[in-house]
Design a protein. Sequence first.
Length: 547
Amino acid sequence: MPEPATDFIRQQIDRELAAAAGPSAVVTRFPPEPNGYLHIGHAKSICLNFRIAEEYGGVTYLRFDDTNPLAESPEYVKAIQRDVAWLGFDWGDRLTFASYYFERLHQCALELIENGNAYVCSLSAEEIRRTRGTLTEAGADSPYRNRSVRENLDLFARMKAGEFADGAHVLRARIDMASPNLNMRDPVLYRIRHALHHNVGDTWVIYPTYDFTHCICDALENVTHSLCTLEFEDHRPLYDWVLGNLSLNAKPRQIEFSRLGLEHTVMSKRLLQRLVAERLVEGWDDPRMPTLAGLRRRGVRPRAIRDFCGRVGVTKQDNRVEMELLEFCVRQDLEEDAPKGMGVVNPLPVRLANYPGEGEALTAPWHPRRPELGERSLSFGPLLYIDREDFALAPPPKWRRLSLGASVRLRYAYIIRCDQVVRSADGKVCELICSYLPNSKSGSDSSGVKPAGVIHWVAAQRAKPVKLRLYEHLFKVRNPSGADFTESVNPNSLSVASGFIEPAVASSRESHFQFERVGYFHRDPELPDTYNRTVTLRDSWHPPAKK
C-alpha cells in the first residue's frame, strides 16, 4: 500500500487512482540529457521519480535524452548511470535512450505532416526568433507555412537524406502563431545536425527536439506520470498537443514541481560546464562542485543526500535552500557510524622534556557510542604534534586550550603543562617544551590536576604525513547569478594543509573519519595520502546563534 500522501503530487495520484476503475501501477522516468554530470538538483528528481513509482507498485525508466549530438558524449552517459546507482536506485532492464526510438519518432513526424499539423520551414533560426512575436504581440506566420503535404514530405525526406546543410530547413508544428503561450507558436520539431552521434553514429542527420521527443517516448514506454520541474509548465500544452495529434494510445500526465536551488553554488549544467572549461575548478568531480560526483569524492554519502531531498520536500514554489541544511544532513549521517580519529591540520611540535623512553601504546575507541566498532592503538612518545590553533601566547579570557604555564589533557592520554616556548629568529613559535604528569593517564588519573581543556594530538615518531584539503563555499555570495557569475567564485574555496594523522587511521580500511575537533574527512580516491574535509563539525562561516 502507498504511504500516506505527503505532497501535492502524491495527493493527485491518490485522487486519480481512487477515481479509476481498478488498481493501476505508476510508471515514471528520469530523462537526463548526457551533456554533463548530474548535480544535487537532479538528485531531488531522481528520488522523487523512483520513490513514487516504488510506493505505487510501479517502475522507473532511466531514459537518456540524446537528441543533440553536438553536446553529448559516452562519458556523461556512464557518469549518469554511476550517479543514479550510487544514490541507491535500480532501473533494472529499463535503461533506454531517445535514440532507440528515432525511427518511431520519424514516423510520428510523418504522421503530423500527412495530417497537416507540421510543415518544413526554410527560415533561418534568427528569422524564426524574430517572427515569433512577444508576450504582448502575436507572431507572424512563416511564408512556408502553407506548403503542400506533398512538398513537405519531399523536403523532409531530403532533409533526412542529408541533402541540406545545418540550418537550411527545420520541421515545425502548425499550431497558432497568435497563441498567448510562446511555446505553441509553431515550435520546431526537427532540425538538421551533421554530427556523429554517440549511439547511432552517422545514421541520422535530422534530430528531434526535446519537446517533440519527450512526450512520445513517455507514451511508448507507458509512462503514467511525467514529473518535470516548473520550467516545463508552459511546455505542458505542447506536450498534450503532440500526443493529441498522434495515433498513440498512451496519454501520460505531466506534473510540475519546483527545482532544487542551493545557496552558494549554481545549479545549471551550462554554468557548471563553464566552471570546468575555464579551470575555475579541477573538473566535474571537484569536491567543491554540487555535482553528485563531486559530493561523492568529497565524502558525502548517498544516505545524506536522500535525507536532504526528503527534508526539502516537493512544492510548486521555487526557492533556494540554505547550504546549512545539506551540511546538517551530512553531519547527521556521518555521526552515526564514521570512526573517530585524530589529525593535526597545522602542526606545532611539542617536546615532553620529562618523558622517559621512546614511547608507549595507548588505546582509544573508534566511536564512543558504537562499541561494536572496537578500539584502536594510539602511539605516544616524547615528541608530539598539536594543532597550532590550540596554543596561544596571549590567551583570551576563558581560553580552554594550551598556553604558557597552563595545563591541558591530551585526548585519551596524559595531562601536559607548557613550560617553555621556543621561537624562531622572526618571533614565530616553532616548538613548545612541556612536561607530562605520569599519574594523569586517561582512565586512571590520580594527579588531582584540573586541566583547562582537552586537545587532540599525534605522536611524531609514527604520525602519517598527509595532505588535508579544506573547503569553503565555492561562491562568496549566496545567490551567484548573471553572465559574470564567475567573478563571485571564492578564491579561498580550497586550501591544502600539510598535516599528520594517527597511524591507525592511515592503515584502516575505512574511508570516512571524524578527525576530532577538526571535522569529517574522506580519503580521496584519486590522490594518494590525501583527505578531503567533507564537512566541518559546525558552520564555521556563520556566527553562533545567541543563547
